[in-house]
Design a protein around this ligand. Structure first.
Ligand SMILES: C[S@@+](CC[C@H](N)C(=O)[O-])C[C@H]1O[C@@H](n2cnc3c(N)ncnc32)[C@H](O)[C@@H]1O
Length: 235
């Protein structure tokens, strides 16, 4: 989807992800040494088991969407994604597996509205690109009372020795990865800067509190490389 004029967030997503859809699943697995799979499993396990409807915002190629659908086969899962390129891959995966419990919507997560409510609204790697106050306000309207809101994304390590390892890791990705995978150059170079600058971990709890969410919790994952924030819409 071409970015709307003047929207820096959409322009950044376009710059980062253009042309990366077909290699995304392999790259995320290789670049995280398979840790992304563990994070996705953790997300899927946090989705309340009795959920009937779950939204997976910024679902990309459907990795998280499928992880949730596999864990909860009787639940309807709606993946929302900005990029046609990614969504086409997600749709093809679902078609090949013959899954009827998953549907996809092309669009911006902040603009997505559903008439039917959700028991859980989840996302992985959206928080740093999103307009969080707008996203949280809409999520509140779409969640059932007691419904779970969950966001997962990368975090900047809080300790100097972890920062040193983190910087070394991105330097290696830039030096070795960029010449081999030119479509990923923008991400390898831009992502560490974005992770360092984003304030999603501070802004999200503020937005959740402002919109009346309760039980706001944070789970730090693998060497503080990412985190999950969860909250409930009050009953
Ligand atoms: C790193 S990928 C993650 C995809 C998937 N959630 C996963 O974990 O594999 C980030 C995705 O977020 C999408 N995205 C970024 N901002 C978005 C927004 N505001 N609304 C919907 N999708 C968005 C991008 O197009 C991209 O597919």
């Amino acid at each position: 989807m071409p970015p709307e004029p003047g929207d820096a967030r959409l322009a950044l997503v376009e710059r980062f992800f253009q042309g990366t859809g077909s290699s995304y699943d392999h790259m995320v697995d290789a670049a995280t040494f398979g840790i992304d799979r563990l994070w996705k499993r953790r997300i899927a396990r946090l989705v309340p088991p009795r959920s009937r409807r779950v939204a997976d915002l910024a679902c990309g190629t459907g990795i998280s969407t499928l992880a949730i659908a596999r864990r909860l086969p009787h639940c309807q899962v709606v993946g929302v994604e900005l990029r046609d390129e990614y969504l086409a891959i997600a749709r093809e995966k679902v078609r090949r597996r013959g899954l009827s419990s998953i549907e996809f919507v092309l669009g911006r997560a902040e603009d997505y509205r559903s008439q039917a409510p959700f028991d859980c609204i989840s996302s992985s790697y959206l928080a740093k690109y999103a307009d969080l106050p707008r996203l949280v306000a809409n999520a509140r309207d779409m969640l059932e009372p007691g419904g779970l809101f969950l966001m997962h994304d990368f975090t900047y390590p809080p300790k100097p020795h972890l920062v040193a390892v983190w910087r070394l890791y991105f330097k290696a990705l830039q030096r070795l990865g960029s010449p081999l995978f030119p479509a990923w150059r923008e991400i390898f170079h831009g992502l560490p800067q974005l992770i360092e600058q984003t304030r999603w971990l501070q802004e999200l709890p503020d937005a959740l509190q402002a919109h009346g969410f309760v039980e706001i919790r944070r789970i730090d994952l693998t060497l503080h490389g990412s985190a999950i924030v969860t909250a409930r819409r009050p009953t």
